[in-house]
Design a binder for this molecule. Structure first.
Ligand code: AMP
Ligand code: MG
Length: 401
């Protein structure tokens, strides 16, 4: 183990990981391909939004002061549609212009009355109430040219992509996706779809981790199962370090003689820490294999998932200055007892029910770290701090799965 820190808290682990960075390259992509990518620069708006004063309603544009004593008749002097080629119309006293939603306000008019509150006879418009200045959408009222709404690190959700388009961008700079190698280890593992021999189980972690990598917007590269020999382990790590930005292994990081990821990292790699005060998920290590950062995640499926959510994900998001999707957390009321631990940050799997005025969290499944069903059947992890007592009715923090 050398001098690498042993049994660190989650916060210490994250601080250690953050000292390792990756070179962020940038792709310029079309908006069509920007979904779920991470913005690599602040984007100042190229235009005002809206670019001109316009009507928020289908109806008529008029001078508000002409409408103070309804019912009133006004003279319709023209029509403006939501398009660029407008003749110049000026609204004078006693006049109104038919206008469509989004069309530019005519000179002289300062208010709108929606069509439902009017009646027409030839060129005469009868209005039954005062017109509405609030139905004029003012130039720049949403954003001004140069305003920065989308910051570096923003994950491009559908509304963010719409925002970029509104600001005049068709191509935007995003961080290149990381290629993340995922290596499952263990002699007992078989691929799902094959027949199991006595003593074998299906490999599931690499599939789950692959999904987590995609969820973060990066590219998983799933490697073949690695049997527990030093040579096979070394070959696989070498290959992944050539081909990937980051390596994630599963299994083989505990104390046992066959925990070869730990062993090979001790003997030939560079360990930055080993073991975390986290339950489930205490065995992981972080370090470098050759020049490639590596997370050795535990083999137990719940543990590997939890360590990814609590440590790997936050570190990757930190690398790309990513602001969302942050972990989706909330507060809930405990509806069953849950067991914290004295020294470990503990995560229990809970169902969450939304009632009229609160969220209720209750633990119903067996909490073994090998029991992936307990994740699949739960909605969230409840975060229990070390050394604290928790009772039914307490408000606790949850993190949605
Ligand atoms: P290990 O960390 O290698 O000692 O593995 C701990 C437990 O997790 C053992 O019961 C393994 O069989 C199981 N395990 C290890 N890797 C995987 C995997 N990729 N998928 C499912 N279970 C695994
Ligand atoms: Mg193993």
């Amino acid at each position: 183990m050398g001098d690498a820190p042993y049994f660190v808290t989650l916060d210490e682990a994250l601080d250690i990981c953050k000292k390792t960075t990756l070179k962020n390259s940038v792709d310029i992509v079309h908006l069509d391909n920007a979904h779920n990518r991470i913005l690599a620069e602040d984007l100042p708006s190229l235009v005002d939004d809206p670019p001109f004063d316009n009507s928020a309603m289908d109806g008529f544009a008029m001078r508000h002061k002409d409408t103070l004593n309804p019912p009133t008749d006004l003279k319709i002097i023209g029509t403006i549609q939501a398009s660029g080629d407008q003749e110049n119309i000026t609204v004078n006293q006693g006049e109104a212009v038919r206008i469509m939603t989004g069309a530019p306000m005519p000179e002289g008019a300062d208010s709108i009355l929606q069509v439902e509150l009017t009646s027409c006879s030839g060129e005469t418009l009868t209005i039954s109430q005062e017109s509405m200045p609030g139905y004029v959408r003012k130039k720049g009222e949403n954003i001004r040219k140069g305003d920065i709404i989308l910051l570096k690190g923003t994950v491009l959700t559908p509304s963010n992509i719409s925002m970029a388009a509104t600001m005049g961008y068709n191509m935007i700079p995003v961080f290149s996706k990381l290629v993340i190698g995922i290596i499952p280890t263990g002699n007992e593992l078989r691929q799902p779809g094959e027949d199991l021999k006595p003593g074998e189980i299906y490999e599931s972690n690499a599939y789950g981790i692959s999904g987590l990598v995609k969820w973060l917007g990066h590219i998983p590269k799933r490697y073949d199962l690695v049997e527990d020999t030093m040579n096979r382990t070394r070959e696989s790590l070498d290959r992944a370090s050539e081909e990937c930005d980051l390596i994630i292994t599963s299994g083989g990081v505990s104390m046992g003689d066959w925990d070869l990821i730990r062993k090979i990292m001790e003997e030939e790699g560079d360990i930055h820490f080993w073991r975390i005060k986290l339950r489930p998920g205490s065995p992981p290590l972080f370090g470098k294999w050759k020049d490639t950062p590596i997370f050795g995640l535990p083999g137990n499926p719940v543990s590997s998932h939890v360590v990814f959510r609590m440590l790997v994900g936050p570190w990757i998001r930190n690398l790309t200055h990513s602001t969302n999707p942050s972990e989706n957390k909330a507060f809930a009321t405990l509806a069953t007892t849950v067991k914290p631990s004295k020294d470990f940050l503990t995560l229990r799997r809970v169902k969450v029910e939304s009632t009229d005025n609160e969220l209720k969290a209750y633990q119903e499944s067996h909490q073994g770290s090998g029991n992936i069903a307990s994740m699949a059947l739960s909605d969230a992890l409840v975060i229990l701090h070390p050394g604290k007592e928790y009772s039914i009715g307490d408000i606790v923090e949850i993190m949605y799965l």
